[in-house]
Write a protein that binds this ligand. Structure first.
Ligand code: PLP
Length: 383
C-alpha cells in the first residue's frame, strides 16, 4: 500500500469555512424555521407575471438548490444543464465563429467529436495537444481563444498540470476550461488552480446512481456566468426538475461514496498490477504511474477510476467483459455499481489502446470484486 497517496495529500483548501464533506451535505438548503430540509421538485413551466420568475427555461427552484451546492464545492457559481454535452456545447458555442480552440487529444470522446464536427463545418479551428507536455500545450495556445483541459482524462487517466497550463494560457489571454468529471470537486478544484470555467457530466460521480443524465458549468467570473446563462436559455439544454433533485440527492452522499470507492480502487489497482493477465495498470494512486507526483500535488486523492490493459489484446479484453459476474459490463461511470468496458470498441477511440479496460469502481465489497476480476482475467487469457 506504500504506493498509494495518503488520504490527506494535496493542497489545503483554498478558502476558510466548512470542509468539502460538510459543504456537500449542507449547501443549498434553506436555513430558516419551518423550511423544508430538501427543495421541492418544482414542476411549473411558467409563473404569474410580476414576480422574480418568468419561464421554466430560464430558472427553476430545484436547479438552484443543486447549483448552490455544486458552486459552493467548486468555489464559484454553477449552472445546471440537461447533460454534460449540453454544458460542453454551451461553453464552446459561446466562442465567436472561426475561433481557435486547443483541445487535449486525450479528452472525452464526445468533446473531441464535438470539436471535430465544429471544425468540419468551419465553426472552430481545433488544435489537438498532448497533456503530458505542458510546455507544448502552452505553445499551442498562441492566437487561440480557449484551451480545453481534462484531468484525469477519460479513459486513459492522464494527469495534466492544470496550474502550469492555466498560467501559461492566461499570459496569452487564453481562457482555460477544465472538465472535472472524473476528479469531482472533492478531489480537485480547478478554479483554485487557475481555470476560468469548470464543466461536469453530473451523470457520473456527482449524481452517482446511474439514474440521471445531467451536466453543469461552474465559474467564479460574473460576466462569463451571465453569458453562459444566456447560452443555456437560448440553446435550451435545461435539465428537468426531477433530474436536478436526484442529482442533488446524489451529491449529498458523494463524500462517503467516493471515499469508499477510492479505497477499493487503490486496492484493486495494486492487485491488478501483480496479475499475470494484466500488462499495464493506469491509476494515479500507484507510485509507478506517470501522473502520480502531479496528482499528489494537485488532487486530494487519486479517485476511483482504474484503467488497465489485458494481455492478449482486444479479444481477451472483450472476453473479460463477458466473463464478469459481479461487475457490470456497461458504459458510463460514477455509479454505486462497478462498471467495466473496453473503450476501444467505439468510434473516436482510435488513440486508446485496444486492450484497455476502463473500470469505474463502485460500492461493492472489495473481495467480491477482486475474485470476479481474477476469475474473468484468468479465463479470458486461458482461452
Ligand atoms: C460522460 C462524460 C461527458 C459527457 O457527459 P454526458 O452527461 O454523458 O453528456 C463529458 N466529459 C466526461 C469526462 C465524461 O465522462
Amino acid at each position: 500500500m506504500g504506493d498509494d497517496l495518503p488520504p490527506d495529500a494535496g493542497p489545503p483548501p483554498a478558502r476558510r469555512g466548512p470542509r468539502a464533506a460538510t459543504v456537500a451535505v449542507r449547501a443549498g438548503r434553506p436555513h430558516r424555521p419551518g423550511a423544508a430540509v430538501n427543495p421541492p421538485i418544482a414542476l411549473s413551466s411558467t409563473f404569474e407575471l410580476g414576480g422574480d420568475r418568468l419561464y421554466g427555461r430560464d430558472d427553476n427552484e430545484t436547479w438552484e438548490a443543486f447549483e448552490a451546492a455544486l458552486g459552493a464545492l467548486e468555489g464559484g457559481d454553477a449552472l445546471a444543464f440537461s447533460s454534460g454535452m449540453a454544458a460542453i456545447s454551451a461553453v464552446l458555442e459561446a466562442l465567436p465563429i472561426g475561433a481557435t480552440v486547443v483541445v487535449a487529444q486525450d479528452a472525452y470522446n464526445g468533446t473531441r467529436r464535438w470539436c471535430a464536427d465544429a471544425a468540419s463545418r468551419g465553426r472552430l479551428g481545433v488544435r489537438l495537444v498532448d497533456l503530458g507536455d505542458p510546455a507544448g500545450v502552452v505553445a499551442a495556445c498562441e492566437g487561440a481563444q480557449l484551451v480545453w483541459l481534462e484531468s484525469p482524462t477519460n479513459p486513459c487517466l492522464v494527469v495534466a498540470d492544470l496550474a502550469a497550463i492555466a498560467a501559461g494560457a492566461h499570459l496569452q489571454g487564453v481562457s482555460v476550461v477544465v472538465d472535472n468529471t472524473l476528479a469531482t470537486p472533492l478531489l480537485q478544484r480547478p478554479l483554485a488552480l487557475g481555470a476560468d470555467v469548470v464543466v461536469h457530466s453530473v451523470t457520473k460521480w456527482l449524481a452517482g446512481h446511474s439514474d440521471v443524465v445531467m451536466g453543469a458549468i461552474v465559474t467564479a467570473d460574473g460576466e462569463r456566468l451571465e453569458q453562459l446563462r444566456t447560452r443555456r436559455s437560448l440553446g435550451g439544454g435545461v435539465p428537468g426538475p426531477v433530474e436536478a433533485w436526484l442529482a442533488l440527492r446524489g451529491l449529498r452522499s458523494l463524500p462517503a461514496r467516493l471515499e469508499r470507492a477510492q479505497a477499493t480502487a487503490g486496492e484493486l489497482a495494486r492487485r491488478l498490477s501483480g496479475h499475470a493477465a494484466v500488462e499495464r495498470v493506469r491509476y494515479p494512486g500507484l507510485g509507478s504511474d506517470p501522473g502520480h507526483e502531479l496528482a499528489a500535488r494537485q488532487m486530494s486523492g487519486p479517485g476511483a477510476m482504474v484503467s488497465f490493459e489485458v494481455a492478449g489484446g482486444a479479444e481477451a479484453a472483450e472476453a473479460v467483459c463477458e466473463a464478469v459476474r459481479v461487475l457490470t459490463p456497461a458504459t458510463s461511470l460514477g455509479g454505486v455499481e462497478t462498471l467495466i468496458e473496453r473503450r476501444g470498441r467505439y468510434r473516436f477511440e482510435e488513440g486508446t489502446p485496444p486492450a484497455l479496460l476502463r473500470m469505474s469502481v463502485g460500492q461493492e465489497d472489495v473481495e467480491d470484486l477482486w475474485e470476479d476480476l481474477d476469475q474473468a482475467l484468468t479465463a479470458a487469457v486461458a482461452t
